[in-house]
Ligand binder design. Structure first.
Ligand code: PLP
Length: 390
């Protein structure tokens, strides 16, 4: 048996050891990292709401009125006015009968999937789905069938081959978090209808950003009314923390009774709830529309600049723009050298992505300026040439 120390040593040798960098101050487009100013290109604070004055003010007021903590799980005494107000807001935003809060996206996915399917049931999951979907699937003990990324033909065949009497759940990211491409939601809706399956979409990266009014990937694809379970998070474009599911009243009631990460966990605190309500206000305002436009403009400008320089952005269609590098060491060195030239981007390596497809995962924010983007492209190009990537 390897000791913990030996195992860590082995991770270090393979270039897979992870550690955290210290970022001082707010999640802005330029930050002070390990003592020097850098352009922040790896935050999911897509609309810049994490330090928006309305969210801060709402949080402060909530603490003054309701205190710092919620005191208990929702089913005990931790169900406060703000929980219900935020859920009503989310259901209205998504156009569903009901919504339910979870403490994080990770807790939502593990809780929802574990609750909805069990032994004898089948989960159809895109191979590039987020780790929390995989973990929820394993917890559920249902049979897990992972189909190749966005491969609708294989999914159709798998659906046709499985027992129609089992509960069948198709689950996909709306925007794939390491590639920045989109699920084929129209085809998924057609398939789930054809086969009588249930469809769950994790829209962690689409919520607040995609679609004319920021409702997410379902709005972008015109299938708002056709997704059984819409999961999203409050910690990315919405600038705060937490997650939700928007669904029918029946599904929500079922989850309240069956989702263990909901039942056995202290509920979100008042400051977080109030910030989320304020975030939906911003998303629904004129300012929200402008922020979405700016984000799209920034993403397009960045993607085009990189493509012109000769980089492979791996089919990205959103504010998540990966740059394919290849090997683990090379990718991590690339990211270290970029940091030395004032650009903060994380290298992504196994087990998050398959070996050989290590990449720099860049994420844009609405608050990046044209200068930020041009400077970042120039630095990435300089280092890219050095490494022979372009
Ligand atoms: C970030 C993310 C999650 C987890 O959400 P948290 O609120 O950070 O726990 C789940 N799914 C996807 C696709 C994500 O990108």
């Amino acid at each position: 048996m390897m000791t913990f120390g030996e195992e860590l040593e082995s991770l270090r040798k393979q270039g897979l050891f992870r550690n955290m960098r210290l970022l001082r101050g707010e999640q802005a487009s330029r930050v002070v990292l390990d003592g020097r100013e850098s352009i922040l290109l790896c935050s999911n604070n897509y609309l810049g709401l994490a330090s928006h004055p309305l969210l801060k003010e709402a949080s402060i007021r909530a603490v003054e009125s309701y205190g710092a903590g919620s005191g208990a799980a929702r089913l005990v005494s931790g169900n406060m006015e703000l929980h219900e107000a935020l859920e009503a807001r989310i259901a209205a935003f998504k156009g569903t009968e009901a919504a339910l809060l979870f403490n994080s996206g990770y807790a939502a996915n593990t809780g929802i999937i574990q609750a909805l399917v069990g032994r004898g049931d089948v989960i159809f999951s895109d191979r590039l789905n987020h780790a929390s979907i995989v973990d929820g699937s394993l917890l559920s003990r249902a049979k897990l069938l992972r189909y190749p990324h966005n491969d609708m033909q294989t999914l159709r065949r798998l659906l046709a081959e499985t027992d129609v009497n089992a509960r069948r759940l198709i689950v996909t990211d709306g925007v794939f978090s390491m590639d920045g491409d989109l699920a084929h939601l129209r085809e998924l809706v057609a398939l789930k209808k054809e086969h009588g399956a249930c469809l769950m979409v994790d829209d962690a990266h689409g919520t607040g950003v995609l679609g004319d009014t920021g409702r997410g990937s379902a709005e972008l694809c015109g299938v708002m009314a056709d997704i059984d379970i819409q999961m999203g998070t409050l910690g990315k474009a919405l600038g705060g923390f937490g997650a939700y599911v928007a669904a029918s009243r029946e599904i929500v009631d079922y989850l309240v009774n069956r989702a263990r990460s909901f039942i056995f966990s202290t509920s979100l605190p008042p400051a977080t709830l109030a910030a989320a309500i304020a975030a939906f206000d911003v998303v629904d305002s004129q300012e929200g529309a402008i922020l979405r436009q700016q984000l799209e403009l920034n993403s397009t400008r960045f993607r085009n600049g990189l493509t012109e320089a000769g980089f492979n952005t791996m089919g990205s269609m959103t504010q998540i723009v990966p740059i394919l590098v290849g090997g683990t060491e090379e990718t991590m060195d690339f990211s270290r050298q970029l940091l030395n030239s004032g650009v903060f981007v994380q290298g992504i390596r196994p087990p998050t992505v398959p070996a050989g497809s290590c990449r720099l995962r860049c994420t844009l924010m609405a608050t990046h300026t044209r200068e930020d983007i041009e400077e970042a492209i120039a630095s990435i190009s300089t280092v890219g040439k050095k490494f022979g990537v372009i």
